[in-house]
Design a protein around this ligand. Sequence first.
Ligand SMILES: O=C(O)[C@H](O)[C@@H](O)[C@H](O)[C@H](O)COP(=O)(O)O
Length: 336
Amino acid sequence: MVSSALSSSPTAAAAAAILRRRPTPPLPRVFPIPLLRLSETLIAPRVAFPSPARLRQSSLNAMAFSAAAAAAAAAAATKGSKELIVFGSEEDLAVSLAKYTAELSEKFVRERGAFSVVLSGGSLIKSIRKLTESPYVESVDWSRWYVFWVDERVVPKDHVDSNYKLAYDGFLSKVPIPPGQVYAINDSLSPEGAADDYETCLKQLVKDGIIALSASSGFPRFDLMLLGMGPDGHIASLFPGHPLINEKERWVTFIKDSPKPPPERITFTFPVINSSAYIAMVVTGAGKASAVLKVFGSEESSADLLPVEMISLEDGALTWFTDKAATSMLVDKANM
Ligand SMILES: O=C(O)[C@H](O)[C@@H](O)[C@H](O)[C@H](O)COP(=O)(O)O
């Protein structure tokens, strides 16, 4: 059985009102393409890139140096919407990501009495650090949080490679989520066994109403996934060119030949990821710039999609939280 190893909105109108009271932010950079309602509400004077023609307009809605935009994304996102927000600093990104997450927590606790949150490993855990600080550490209803991992390395929970340990040390040990609501993998099992066990656990939690079920896909519908992306465009433990990216039946599967060490992992599959209500893709640093360019600035066919490009939410909202370094090649291309 999966172990619980931890020991221990506003509306869009309201968000817009809050923003109107804020001092005018520095001029944002916005691609002059049809903007989402969110962008129209929140982003002030538009500065066009000179040559945006080659950008994939269907996928890129707006790009802005606006810490406020993400805060309202929780309230204003629409079905299948996709936002790219570029922050001037990692600190601004972290502040905005905390606000976005707290707003979604409030929304889902109000609507269904629980908030199912999926974490990844990597730098994401550092990016959510502001949730462990005031005002969120006091104001979020942590008692309604249910925490899962989009992927986990099959190592002991106290191992330096464990995503559980990373999240515990940097986040979970600092907020009062009930220990029984933190779903770490069973680290005494093989990768196959741990994936089966995790999937069985998710199925029970869907039956119990803790995790929602997507009526359209029949897969679990997590309230929020907080995901990172590798420089090669992988998400979770779904790597470019690996057969696992085509898994259509399983909720959770395993990999024994991960190109990123350690090799043995379990991972959510694309049908589960794509059934999410909200996904925050948190992508920073120059090492991610070429993958970001491929996602937002390439005209290549769908035959060579990176895993991150396979995120396709029919009934959910995807928000990219990025920085200038991660979007530098995209900006360069737009300015060409
Ligand atoms: O277990 C893992 O390896 C992670 O879940 C992985 O999918 C991670 O999120 C990305 O590799 C991004 O990591 P960085 O943000 O550290 O680059």
